[in-house]
Ligand binder design. Structure first.
Ligand code: SF4
Ligand code: SF4
Length: 177
């Protein structure tokens, strides 16, 4: 059933005038992940406007988004569709409607790593993710190969001024520690 407050909730939360969308499809036409989405970007925006909260928050397409921002750049109305997708992902997890949670779990660990070290410590992040899913040995050969080729480091290197990075993460709603 449509929820009449979904649009105003989204506009308030993102500061974006979602209601100004006139369904021109430009966001979807430029989206490299649209073919993998059950609901493509312009339709997500359309469903927000018509109040289809459950349909939007349970969409698997939210998790196919690559956060490339092509949609936001192409929108003639300046609607930051990529940011809307980010906010929707968070809302879908919080509401228990998320079609999948593994990407959210990895994103959370990645942001925590950036807050701790000032950049992403790849090995530590992947190991924490694998441990949380009880699949520590999955892809370990590939990991060893990447370490040998120096594609990823064995130990983290901390950026000197991490406080600025932490405050940016906090401002954008992530965990700053
Ligand atoms: S490009 Fe902008 S105006 Fe066009 S459908 Fe997408 S969000 Fe709406
Ligand atoms: S940010 Fe997401 S929705 Fe927008 S164009 Fe890129 S993949 Fe598509």
């Amino acid at each position: 059933m449509p929820e009449r407050f979904f649009l105003s909730e989204m506009e308030e939360m993102t500061g974006i005038a979602v209601s100004e969308c006139y369904q021109c499809f430009r966001c979807t036409n430029g989206c490299p992940a649209a073919r993998d989405m059950d609901i493509v970007p312009h339709r997500i925006i359309g469903y927000i406007i018509s109040g289809e909260r459950e349909c939007v928050l349970s969409s698997a397409g939210l998790w196919a988004c690559l956060q490339c921002a092509a949609c936001s750049i192409r929108c003639p109305n300046g609607i930051d569709v990529a940011r809307i997708f980010t906010v929707l992902r968070r809302m879908s997890v919080e509401s228990g409607l998320a079609a999948q949670t593994n990407i959210h779990e990895f994103d959370t660990l990645m942001v925590e790593s950036i807050a701790r070290h000032g950049h992403m410590y790849e090995l530590g992040t992947v190991m924490r993710y694998r441990l949380s899913r009880r699949e520590l040995l999955k892809s370990y050969r590939m990991g060893i190969g990447m370490i040998k080729k120096r594609r990823i480091g064995l130990f983290p290197h901390n950026v000197a001024d991490r406080n600025n990075i932490r405050s940016i993460i906090k401002k954008t709603g992530g965990r700053g520690k």
